[in-house]
Ligand binder design. Structure first.
Ligand code: DPP
Ligand code: ZN
Length: 877
């Protein structure tokens, strides 16, 4: 596929003002009639041909202003339709195509999931429905008539408001007409048809408008939709309160289907979800499932303003809607739950997904400037780092100016397809500050490294902080510039007291936020009455790696006393990582390094004294850095087996030392209260289960017994899965029995069985490869369902570092085989799985060679999709 470049953007030569669609739903031959009213774009080239996009389309009929077109007036193929000399005045094009929704395994365009008709059009799926100017800067008003057999599809949904409906006597068919008054790009188009169960309520907006909000799910799953409905109502209220944004149609529908490439899709007034992010009940969903559902429901709803009312000019601006909307959903969850715990979880994700991407061959800027396949840019960089950039803006400008900038953005760009420059201009105007330098965050790839060192002078009572920043090269960007980093900070004195920050006048420091925008600087603080411990990047105020010359003892002071909970957690994580890295080195020479006494003491004190008061936070503290966290910090010549050994040893030794405290905690946290998915109950479960996992590390026999008891007695999925996960690490009959029991209990429900598949795929032992191959033959497994493929293959490749990176290369080969098999069916999911190779260059040379060979085998295969071709080429590049 050709490279598409940001700098080549130009407006279309024609505009499409209205689109009237008629769908005649049929499992195998769905006829689609599109009536487009077009006109030349005053910003386009006069007399240009009209080039409409298509993808695997069959053209039945074509008329211009009601008259069939002469054969030499146009060229049509499955991949496009060109009118050589269209009228230079408004005209109407009527296009009739047919598509086969049942044969559509790519799950883009119109397809069927468990018999339900649904669509996915972002990014370029609409062209699989009809020929169109399928790009986000073409905004049209849509009216959609959907006709189907009543028996097959009693419920017919479209974008906007319902305008008409009726039976078609004698045919067994009926129709519904939907009209969406808000002009939108084609990627936000959607229809649904099927037999679904519904939960609904009336939501009254702040201005008193009544909206019917509803969640539709596969039959028999109605009671698992109520949590999502509640999350939706809370999201709507929050957006009114925090951003002043109100909903703008009479209905808001969410439909959950089981075959879906993405998490969910924000189609105007008709969100379509992967049912993984809708369905929840005490028995079937873990606490993290509940948290994810709340977050994704909010995310898609928030897109109504950030994405739909204001959309993107082109796909390079994807972060304009995604980074901003992720930021908004993070804030929502922080307000609904615990802010520090949410921040810790989000930073863990950022590091696990985005820092890794940034450090490998797939690194790209938050706003990429070229792509071959846009589907491959729905990445952690665009989403998570994009959200961090918005967060930095807020940190730098302060809450009030940030809100003013957002208000201006909504006011000025409503109804348009905008750019990052448009977005930033609102904050520049609201603040009176230039954001030119700041905007480099959107253009420069790679994770900056911030290095800090401090010097205290007792005599002058000054503290000097030396800061440096640099960014390692990334593909296509050998040279890097310094970026603008807001560093939220404190100088921590005796007992955790924040010392006053007194600096020279020219230092940009507001509300404890230092703006660092050079390669290096020194800041001197005056009247510092005692030797402080600096606490930098509070709340993780910039998405950077940082390295500070603090001793473990100083870090443990921050752990026990910093007023910023994020940095408390960060401090102890830093100590743990340091000791785990040393432990990994030791393992390579056949030794073992115990955790330091001070670390053990600090954790024991924390667990005994504070754990119960904030259980969710304590659970985060007691969860050791993952094997991937350690690998990322080591960065090169990684030996995953050495990391696993070192981590196991550390976990065992820490747990042995903490055992009495853990046992006490375990008893105290035992609860007989009725189940509730709220954050504080979830926090208690998280801590109790983290404790169980540690007890099992110290004393496997007792751990196995406790876990088996908890598994059997569990009255909710969180406890059941946590117990099963603990058992999964202890080889033997106990584990196999529990796995068999789980399979027997939930065999009827693939979504739940995904947990079972994923857990087994992540067991860190050599037999797992065969286990995974066996599970691929299990009746529940099918490659064609994205959730199944991700649960089994994705978890193995992304969540099992020792076994995916096996020294004999068999893990790489398995992934390569699966990708090649899946590619012809669903290239998007195949390409996503293939990104597991993004860490291959960090491996030690033996494994690196094997990984490269497997990647080359994929790249050399014939007939690859553009999606897989692109990932394979960039991974090797
Ligand atoms: N559905 C995806 C999301 O909301 C892409 N827009 O992020
Ligand atoms: Zn999104």
């Amino acid at each position: 596929p050709p490279v598409i470049r940001l700098e080549d953007y130009r407006p279309t030569d024609y505009l499409i003002d209205t689109v009237d669609l008629d769908f005649n739903l049929d499992p195998n031959v769905t006829k689609v009639t599109a009536l487009l009213s077009l006109r030349p774009n005053p910003l386009g080239r006069p007399n240009a041909p009209l080039v409409l996009d298509g993808d695997e389309l069959l053209l039945n009929d074509l008329r211009l202003d009601g008259t069939p077109l002469d054969a030499n007036a146009y060229t049509a193929s499955p991949q496009g339709l060109t009118l050589h000399a269209p009228p230079q005045r408004p005209f109407e094009l009527r296009i009739e195509t047919s598509v086969n929704p049942t044969a559509n395994t790519k799950l883009m365009g119109l397809f069927r999931s468990n018999g339900i008709y649904c669509t996915q059009c972002e990014a370029e799926g609409f062209r699989r429905i009809t020929y169109f100017l399928d790009r986000p800067d073409v905004l049209s008003v849509y009216t959609t008539r959907i006709e189907a057999a009543v028996e097959e599809a009693p419920l017919l949904l479209g974008n906007g408001n319902r305008a008409d409906a009726g039976l078609m006597p004698g045919t067994g068919r009926h129709f519904v007409v939907w009209h969406d008054p808000h002009p939108k790009p084609a990627y936000l188009f959607a229809i649904v048809g099927g037999r679904l169960d519904t939960v609904s309520e009336v939501y009254t907006t702040q201005s008193g408008r009544r909206v019917d909000i509803a969640i539709h799910v596969e039959q028999g799953k109605r009671e698992r939709a109520t949590y999502a409905l509640d999350a939706l109502a809370r999201s709507m209220r929050w957006d009114e309160r925090v951003f002043g944004r109100e909903y703008d149609l009479d209905v808001f529908n969410v439909v959950a289907v089981s075959d879906f490439n993405m998490g969910a899709m924000e189609n105007k007034g008709l969100n379509i979800f992967n049912d993984k992010y809708v369905l929840a009940s005490q028995d079937t969903a873990t606490d993290s499932d509940y948290a994810n559902i709340e977050a994704v429901i909010a995310h898609e709803y928030f897109h109504n303003w950030t994405g739909n009312r204001i959309t993107c000019r082109d796909w390079f601006q994807l972060c304009l809607k995604e980074g901003l909307t992720v930021f908004r959903d993070h804030e929502f969850s922080a307000d609904e739950r615990s802010r520090p715990v949410k921040r810790i979880a989000d930073v863990r994700t950022l590091r696990a997904a985005q820092f890794v991407e940034d450090a490998g061959p797939l690194a790209h800027p938050v706003r990429p400037n070229r792509y071959r396949e846009i589907n491959n840019f729905y990445t952690a960089t665009v989403y998570e780092k994009g959200a961090e950039v918005v967060r930095m803006l807020k940190t730098m400008l302060g809450d009030d100016v940030f809100r003013k900038g957002m208000d201006l953005y909504f006011e000025r760009f409503d109804g348009t397809a905008a750019t990052i420059e448009d977005f930033l201009s609102c904050f520049a105007e609201a603040s009176g500050r230039s954001l030119d330098h700041f905007s480099e965050w959107y253009a420069q790839a790679g994770t900056p490294i911030l290095t800090a060192s401090g010097f205290y002078d007792e005599v002058s009572r000054t503290y000097r902080l030396d800061l440096r920043q640099s960014t390692p090269p990334t593909p296509g960007q050998p040279e890097k510039k310094p970026l603008v980093m807001p560093i939220a900070m404190g100088l921590v004195g005796e007992g955790g007291r924040d010392l006053p920050l007194v600096t020279d006048n020219d230092v940009a420091l507001h509300d404890g936020v230092l703006i660092f925008d050079e390669a290096a600087t020194s800041v001197t603080f005056h009247n510092v009455t005692e030797k402080p411990v600096p606490s930098l990047l509070r709340g993780f105020s910039a998405p950077v790696r940082y390295d500070i010359d603090l001793s473990d003892d100083e870090l443990l002071v921050l752990f026990s006393a910093d007023s910023d909970p994020f940095n408390q957690w960060q401090a102890v994580q830093t100590v743990l990582i340091r000791q785990l890295i040393k432990g990994t080195e030791a393992v390579k020479t056949g030794r073992s390094l115990p955790p330091s006494d001070r670390l053990v003491r600090a954790l024991a004190e924390f667990t005994a004294a504070t754990a119960e008061q904030d259980a969710a936070f304590a659970a985060q503290v007691l969860t050791l850095p993952t094997e991937s966290d350690i690998a990322r910090e080591i960065g090169r010549d990684v030996d995953p087996d050495a990391i696993l050994s070192a981590r196991r040893a550390m976990k065992r030794q820490l747990s042995e030392a903490l055992l009495p405290t853990l046992e006490r905690l375990h008893i105290k946290l035992a609860s007989s209260d009725a189940f509730s998915p709220d954050a504080s109950s979830a926090g208690r479960r998280a801590l109790r289960n983290a404790g169980l996992d540690l007890i099992a590390a110290a004393d496997p026999e007792r751990g196995e017994q406790l876990a088996a008891e908890r598994y059997a007695a569990a009255d909710n999925m969180t406890d059941r899965m946590a117990a099963l996960a603990t058992l999964a690490l202890i080889p033997g009959a106990g584990r196999e029995d529990a796995l068999a029991d789980f399979a027997a209990r939930f065999a009827h429900d693939p979504l739940i069985m995904d947990k079972w598949l994923a857990l087994q795929a992540m067991i860190p032992e050599p037999q797992t490869l065969d286990r995974v191959k066996g599970l691929m033959q299990h009746p529940i497994f099918t490659l064609t369902n994205p959730n199944r493929a991700r649960a089994l293959i994705g978890s193995f490749a992304m969540g099992n570092p020792t076994q995916f990176n096996r020294i004999d290369g068999a893990g790489f080969d398995l992934l390569a085989d699966v990708v090649l098999k899946l590619d012809p069916l669903n290239p998007q999911v195949a390409a996503r799985l293939l990104t597991a190779f993004r860490t291959w260059r960090m491996l030690e040379p033996g494994r690196r060679l094997k990984a490269e060979a497997a990647l080359k085998r994929v790249a050399a295969a014939g007939n690859l999709s553009p999606d897989v071709t692109d990932i394979a080429a960039r991974s090797l590049g």
